[in-house]
Design a protein around this ligand. Sequence first.
Ligand SMILES: Nc1ncnc2c1ncn2[C@@H]1O[C@H](COP(=O)(O)OP(=O)(O)OP(=O)(O)O)[C@@H](O)[C@H]1O
Length: 750
Amino acid sequence: MTSQQHPDFKHEQERLEFTKRYIDVVIKTAATSKDQFKKIMQETFGDEDWQESGRYSELLTTANFFDMSKSELEILRKAKSKPYFARVDFSRDENGLKEILYFGKASLYQRENQEQIIVDWRSPIANLYYEGRIGPITYEAEGEKFSGDITLKRQLMIDSGKLEEIRDIDLTTTDELLQESLSKSSSNRLTEIVSTIQEEQNKIIRADLNKPIIVQGAAGSGKTTIALHRISYFIYHYKDLFDPRQMMILAPSRLFIDYISEALPELGVEKAKQFTFTEYVQVAIDCDIKLVPDKKLIDLLEKNDEDTLESIWVSNIKGSSQFKRILDQFIMDIINRFVPTEDFYCDKYRLYSAKKFKKLVMEEYWYMPIYTRIEKLKQILQSQVKSKKKAMLERVVKFYDARIEKALYKNIDPTIRREYVTKCLDKKAERQDEIKKEVRNSVKNYFKQFERKTIFEYYQELFSDPEILVTYSKDSFTIHEAERLCVYQSQFIKRKQYEVEDLGAILYLYSHLFGVDKEKRAKNIVIDEAQDYSFMQLQALKTASDTDMFTLVGDLAQGIYSYRGLEEWDEVHRSIFPRATYTELQKSYRTTVEIMNEANKLLDLLPYRFPQVEPVVRHGEKPSFIKIKDDQWGKELLERTTKMKEQGLRTFAVIAKTMDDCREVYNILSGIDSSVCLLEEQASIPKERLVILPSYLAKGLEFDAVFAISLNERYERERELDIKLLYVVMTRPLHRLYFIGNSEEDFLIK
Ligand SMILES: Nc1ncnc2c1ncn2[C@@H]1O[C@H](COP(=O)(O)OP(=O)(O)OP(=O)(O)O)[C@@H](O)[C@H]1O
C-alpha cells in the first residue's frame, strides 16, 4: 500500500514530529556543552601554570568532547530534514520482543532509556533493511548470529522535514523507491544512495573490512557510489581507532574529484584525502616532477604513426610486472653497493666489523628502505663513537701521564727531562685533539664509501646501459629491445622530464630506496577507474603505503588506457592482492533499457568476452540519429536541449571523440548560445549548463542527456580503443542519447 491513505500515515507523522523535536533537544544540549567548553577554555588559559596543574589533560578531554559534539551537532542538523528513510519491525527469536527500527544517516538514542530513535544505516542491524525480506531471517553483528522475523519493511519518503509518503515492501513489490530515484534528473554531482542500496551493492559495501576488494563492475553499476559508501562504512566501524585522514581516494582527474565532492560530506567522508595518481606520487616523494604532457591517447587516436606505436610499446613495458622484476634486480644491485667491506675505525680503534655491518644491512634491517638502513648504521656508529670517546681519551692521557711520571722519577739531566716532559705534554694534547677530531669525523668519513644519489639519478641510471638492462631483465629483453628502451628514455633524460608511465616505477624505487614518510602513507586506499592503472602503479602504491587495504573498482570494458593499464584483473589479484575478495557487478543503474541495449552491442565488437550489462528495468526514448546536412545541427541540438529542460531534464553534454572535434563543436555552439562551456581536465563541472567534453574525460561522469557527436573524428570498428571510447560515451546518459554525425556508421550503429 502506498501514499497518504495508508492507515499508519498519521502514526508515522507523529513519530516523525517526535523525532524532530527530540533532535532539537539534543542540538540545544550540545550547544550548552559548547558554551561550557568555551568557559573552561577561558578558565584554563587564564590560569598561568595550566600545563603543570594537570588541567592540560582536562583541556584535551574537553576539546575532544567539543569536537565530537560539533560533528554530532552537524550530523543531527543535517538529519533533521530527513531523519530516516526506512522502518523495519523485527521480532527476535531469543525474547520474542518486537523492535521497531528506523534507519537513517545518523544515530540517535533516547537518553532516558537508551532506546534507539534512529539507527545508523551503517550499523550491522541495518542489513535487515538492505538484505532482509518479510519472514524469518538471521543476521550477523560482531561475529554473533541473531535470528528473528521481519514483520514489516517500510520506506518513508520525507522531504524538508515533512512526511510525503509511506510504502510497505512485501515479497512481491518491486523496488519503486529505486525506480523513482533512478528516474530523477542528474545534478552533475554524485549523490548518496543510502535509502536504495541494492543487495549486491550492500554486500560489497559491507564486505570484510580487513581484506582488500576488487570490483569489476559494468558501466553505471554503482562502483563509484559503492566505493564511497564503503569508506563511510569503514569510518563508522573504526571511528574510535582510525583517523579518516588516513584514507585516500585516488581518482582519474580533478574534474572527477570535483564530481564526487558533493557526496563526500553527506557520507561523512570529506576528510579522506583525494588525489590523482600523479599528484599523490609527487606528495609521496616530496618533489615536483616535470612531466611530459600525456598525449599518447590522443596520438593513438589521431596519428597512430611509428613514433606513437613505439611510445605505446614502452608504456606497456613500464607498466608491466616484467618491469617490476627488472626494478627488483636493480634494487638488489643497489643494496649490494651498501654492504660495507671495511671495518670501522675511530682513530686506531676498531669499533665495528664489516661482517657485523653486512649482517645488519642484509638481514636484520631487510625490511627497511636501504637509505634508512644506512641511517640506522650511522646512528649505531655515532653512539659507539660517543660511548668510546671517554675511554679513548683516557687511554691517551694514561699513556702520556705514565711516561711523564716515569721521566720525573728517572735520574736524568733536568733540562733533558723538562724537554721530554714538554714533548710528552704536547704529544698528549695533539693526540687528544686528533681523537676529538676523529670522533667528530670518523663516521662521516666512513660513510663516504657509500653513494648518495637522488631518486631521479637512480631512475636515469636504469636506462644508461642496455647490456645491464638485459641482465636485470634476466634475458627477457633482447639487447635490441633494451637499446630501444634506453634510446627512447634518453630524449626525456636530457630534458629532465618524465612520462606519466614512469611514475609507478619511480614511486616503487623510491619506496625501496628511501621510503615514503609515515604521514604521507595512507592506511586504506580506494581507487576508482582502477582498470586504468598499470600493474606497476598498483604495486608501487601497495609498496609505498605498506598495506594491502585497497578497494579497487573498475570496468575493463572502459579500459581506454589499456595500453598502459590492465587487460584483466587476474594478475593483480594473484600477485599484488592475493588476499582480495573479487566481485563482479553486472546490473546497471544509470541508463534506460533502450540506451543500454544499444551500448551492449559494442561489447560484442570487443576482442574479449564481456558479458552483456543488465539494465535495471526503466524505459525511455530510443537513442536516435541526427544527420549533419548543413550548419543547422547546432541550432537543432540547442532546441532539443531547451525542450528537454522543459521536460525537467537538467544536465546535458555534447561528447566528441577528441578535443579537436570538441573545439570545433564549441566554436559553432558558442556562436548561437554563449552559455555553452568547453570542459578541460582541471575544470569543475558548471551546473545547469550545456557542456562539451572529449570522450576520455567523460569517463565516470553522467548526464541526463548526451549528444554523441562526430564532426571530423569517426569511431572505427577495427580499433579497440575507439569501441571502448564510444562505449564510455554511450553509457554516460541517464535518460536520452542522440548521435549527431555524417553517417550512422561513424558511431558503429545501424
Ligand atoms: N542502489 C542505487 N540506488 C540509486 N541509484 C543508484 C544505485 N546504484 C547506482 N545508482 C546510480 O547509478 C548511477 C551510476 O553510479 P556510479 O557512477 O557509481 O556507477 P559506476 O559503476 O561508477 O559507473 P561508471 O563505470 O560508468 O563510472 C549514479 O547516478 C548512481 O547514483
